[in-house]
Structures are given as C-alpha cells and as structure tokens.
Ligand binder design. Structure first.
Ligand code: FEO
Length: 178
C-alpha cells in the first residue's frame, strides 16, 4: 500500500519529512521575527522594528516556497503548527544575537537536507535547495554584521540610536550578490 502511495511522488519519505520539518522551522522563524519586531517596538527602535517585520515576511515566503515544492513534487505538505515562540529577549543586543543563532540553526537544517538529497540521488531537491544555501549564506553574513555593530559603535550615549539607524542598511558583500 505504501509503495502505491509513493508512486505519486518523486520524494522519498525521509526527504518529505525533512522538508516538512523545514516548513515548520521557517514558520517558527517567521513567528520569532514577529516577536522580535514587537520587542524592538516596545524599546522604541523604529528601524529595527521595521527590519524584523520584513524578516518575518521573508521567512513566511521561505516557508511557502518549500510548502509548494512538496506539493509540486506530488508530496503532502503539512500546514505547520508553531509553538513555544519566545516573546521576550534579553536586551536590544540580545535580540540580534538570538537572530544570528536562529539563522545558524536554519543553515544547519538546510545543509542536512541537501546532504541527504545528494545521498539519495534526489538531484531535483538538492537543486531546489541551492537557492536556500545562498540565501542562508547571506542571512548569516548580515546577521553577524548586525551583531558586530554593537561592538563597533558601542551602546553608550547615542550608540543604540546609531545602531538602530544602521540596522537596515547592512547588505551582503559583492561576492554573495546574485
Ligand atoms: Fe528562512 Fe533565514 O531562514
């Protein structure tokens, strides 16, 4: 029976499960970024608030991209249940450190699926995920740069205000641009 069902999809059960886990992870990232936006808003950092709203949208688009890929490959995408979203963060700096950690975890998860896809000979999935590999490279780079602002500018005096001004101006280096 199982084999008959699998005939409808080119995805193996393992890959489909990993992709659905990734759908969930992107949905959770989106929800966490939303909480980060609210946190920055409470602290009065306007640019950071807007930045995190934008990140929340981006993560939702990542979730949809994978969700649709599973469906297009004949699999069964699962609408994710998102639980345990943190609403509080240690500090203004802490929120950016948490964002960097989150991106590092996403990179690891994407790499794991790519490795598994190659191992199984599922080149379509490996190929599809290359976009995410590049995206994560950029996301990690810019997330690190944002954390570094706290050391480069410093938080004293108008430091935090200046950091907030710079947050949305950080982009990827030329080597990572498409
Ligand atoms: Fe879609 Fe930045 O994780």
């Amino acid at each position: 029976m199982k084999d008959i069902i699998r005939i409808k999809t080119s995805l193996s059960e393992d890959i489909e499960t990993l992709l659905n886990n990734q759908v969930k992870m992107e949905a959770k990232s989106s929800a966490i970024y939303l909480a980060m936006a609210a946190f920055c808003d409470r602290l009065g950092f306007e640019n950071s608030t807007e930045f995190f709203f934008g990140q929340a949208d981006e993560e939702r688009s990542h979730m949809l991209k994978i969700f649709k890929y599973i469906a297009d490959a004949g699999g069964t995408p699962i609408s994710p249940e998102v639980k345990d979203v943190p609403q509080e963060f240690e500090s203004f700096r802490g929120v950016f450190e948490a964002a960097l950690e989150q991106e590092i975890e996403v990179t690891k998860a994407i790499n794991k699926i790519v490795s598994k896809a190659y191992k199984e000979g599922d080149h379509a999935t490996a190929n599809f995920l290359q976009w995410f590999v590049s995206e994560q490279q950029e996301e990690e780079f810019t997330a690190r740069r944002r954390v570094e602002l706290f050391d480069v500018i410093g938080e004293d005096g108008i430091g935090r205000y200046m950091i907030d001004q710079k947050i949305s101006k950080i982009g990827p280096p030329e080597s990572m641009e498409e």
